[in-house]
Design a binder for this molecule. Structure first.
Ligand SMILES: [Zn+2]
Length: 277
């Protein structure tokens, strides 16, 4: 009986068909004893995805909050299996934010643009074109609000450019653009989680929540970027923080330029349309 146990059993991988000995398929990594789905297995999968030490969401969040810098250096150096992947994590947090937002009767972008009551008088004299411009902007804002995750992902290149320009010089080693993206996405997870917390204050005091959002958003971003990038860059805290201020400023400048270009182009298009019809 004992001898029989020691003979390695050959298994055929149910995922890719490779014949192998051992616990995991050498070709695709699938577990050797993959059986049929049972309720027990589903519960186990779910608990290990959320609470598990290897790649679990909770473990990753805990590390991201308590030792972000070390966690990111771990990941960049190849310790990947321990942590939940950055993009699914960000999508998860954005989904959470949208759920909270849906309970507050607010929209992600409306309060900052709609309520600022932009005056279009300088752009064109006719009342009609003002309405046209306003209609176009409202449509754009509606689109961005309805596709919040997409809008958020679209801002990542701006953060990437800012980070590359402001952190790129004199850091520990030359990082790839992709390595910056991974760190930015984890920093964004922290930012979005804090935004969720701020949004929750809506249920205590609506105005307070709006003010907190406006004041704290850039500060949280700077703190999150400093916390995530410090060890990777090998700078002192002060230097990383200062560069993070520059990254955030750069982001708002780039965003401002893009909005300006969008406004100019749409005004030109509308002005032409109104003149020649
Ligand atoms: Zn396989």
């Amino acid at each position: 009986m004992e001898a029989e146990k020691d003979i390695p059993k050959t298994t055929k991988c149910l995922n890719c068909g490779t014949k192998f000995e051992g616990n995991f398929c050498p070709e695709c990594g699938q577990n050797a004893d993959t059986g049929r789905f049972t309720m027990k297995l589903i519960v186990e999968n779910l608990t290990s995805a959320i609470l598990g030490r290897d790649g679990g969401v909770w473990f990753t969040l805990k590390n991201l909050v308590t030792r972000p810098s070390s966690m990111i250096v771990d990941i960049l150096n190849g310790k990947r299996k321990r942590y939940f992947s950055p993009f699914p994590m960000l999508f998860f947090c954005l989904a959470l934010y949208i759920v909270i937002l849906s309970f507050t009767n607010e929209h992600a972008f409306k309060e900052s643009f709609y309520d600022s009551q932009i005056e279009f008088k300088g752009l064109d004299d006719s009342e009609q074109s003002q309405t046209e411009v306003y209609k176009l902007f409202s449509q754009t804002l509606d689109f961005l609000n309805n596709h919040y995750t997409l809008s958020y992902i679209m801002t990542l290149p701006l953060w990437l450019l800012g980070a590359r320009l402001c952190y790129g010089k004199n850091n520990r080693k030359r990082y790839y653009w992709a390595e910056y993206i991974i760190t930015i996405v984890y920093a964004s997870v922290i930012v979005v989680l804090f935004r969720c917390l701020i949004k929750l204050t809506y249920f205590i005091d609506k105005d307070l929540s709006l003010q907190l959002g406006t004041i704290l958003s850039p500060i949280i971003t700077i703190v999150a970027f400093t916390a995530c990038f410090k060890k990777m860059l090998g700078f002192s805290i002060a230097k990383t923080a200062w560069r993070s201020v520059l990254v955030t400023a750069m982001y708002y400048i780039l965003l401002g330029i893009i909005i300006l270009i969008y406004v100019i182009i749409s005004v030109i298009i509308l002005a032409k349309r109104l003149q020649y019809i």
